[in-house]
Write a protein that binds this ligand. Structure first.
Ligand SMILES: [Zn+2]
Length: 323
């Protein structure tokens, strides 16, 4: 009885308030929904225009650049908005240094690369080697994809030697549907159009080898991509977690040779991707041009998220020959 009285009193108060604010019980003049903020505080936002939004997730400060740096340059040259996100701060990725100083150094390296590739680059402050597919991280990634208003989302495949790579892939899969669900993270407006989710290239064979659905010729930007990677001395000159004092150049001549090895290594890697995706290069660029491509990046369409038609793939990758 007492509970009923309290409830009844609440109803009366509600009706009085409704009358005072002019809301009818029929819902004809319901109050507007609460205003939503459009910023995920502290994270860079993209300009609102009709250009494409591309967001690439890599586990460490270098993965986005290795796997999609050339395509990023091609997109940004056409005025599209590319954001590279490192899910961890790279703070154990060196044989000699670790912790905060290494995280700062690696952030400096990828920000220098961002200037060369003309991307927006962000490093999340999660410890290297400790990324987990948690609800908290799923929400972070969901908000970042929404905030960038992404047409394309790129990340690792979820079967990979490195746990951080693996869980970046799992997190991307976990977001592929949730980015469009209005009441998950309602502080950042949900996506009205589901992005296309793509996996970046790897060589792992189980449970299935990489399928080259989209292969991008990099011949016009390969040296620029490598310039960006050459900013990451902690990784590719000093050897990262598995390096050692023997990797550090002792004089100008050794330094010059170390950079030449770096450049040759990344050229070879991009050649291997071109050969792996040769059939698709021929399909996308035509017989003659496709056979001549020397350097490439490749992507596999994730079966979650929007499934693009062949025509839509050319719209999303506007540097491909347009039919
Ligand atoms: Zn990595």
């Amino acid at each position: 009885m007492k509970r009923w009285s309290w409830f009844s009193g609440g109803m009366v108060l509600g009706l009085l308030l409704a009358a005072a604010f002019g809301f009818s019980q029929s819902g004809q003049s319901d109050p507007p929904p609460p205003a939503r903020t459009t910023t995920f505080a502290g994270h860079p936002i993209r300009p609102a225009d009709d250009k494409l939004g591309v967001i690439v997730f890599g586990a460490h400060p270098d993965d986005c650049e290795i796997r999609a740096g050339g395509s990023a340059a091609l997109w940004s040259d056409l005025g599209h908005h590319v954001k590279l996100v490192s899910m961890t701060n790279g703070d154990i990725g060196h044989w000699q240094m670790a912790g905060g100083p290494l995280a700062l150094r690696r952030n400096d390296e990828v920000q220098a690369a961002a200037k060369i590739l003309e991307t927006t680059t962000e490093v999340l402050d999660i410890h290297d080697g400790e990324l987990e597919p948690t609800l908290e991280n799923r929400k972070i990634m969901t908000r970042l994809i929404r905030q960038w208003n992404a047409d394309i989302v790129i990340g690792h495949r979820p079967n990979d030697y490195h746990p951080d790579h693996r869980y970046t892939g799992v997190l991307m899969q976990d977001c592929a549907y949730m980015v469009g669900v209005p009441f998950l993270c309602p502080d950042v407006p949900h996506m009205k159009k589901n992005p296309v989710f793509l996996y970046s290239f790897d060589n792992f064979k189980l449970p299935s080898p990489f399928r080259a659905d989209i292969v991008v010729a990099l011949d016009s930007v390969i040296e620029r991509k490598i310039d960006a990677l050459a900013t990451m001395e902690s990784q590719f000159i000093e050897g990262g977690a598995n390096g050692g004092p023997h990797r550090v150049p002792r004089n100008d001549e050794e330094r010059k040779q170390a950079f030449e090895r770096l450049r040759e290594g990344f050229r070879r890697r991009a050649q291997q991707v071109a050969d792996y995706g040769r059939e698709k290069l021929i399909e996308l660029y035509g017989e003659e041009a496709g056979k001549q491509v020397r350097y490439a990046e490749a992507f596999e369409v994730c079966e979650y998220g929007r499934q693009p038609t062949a025509a839509e793939i050319r719209q999303l990758f506007p540097f491909l020959p347009q039919k």
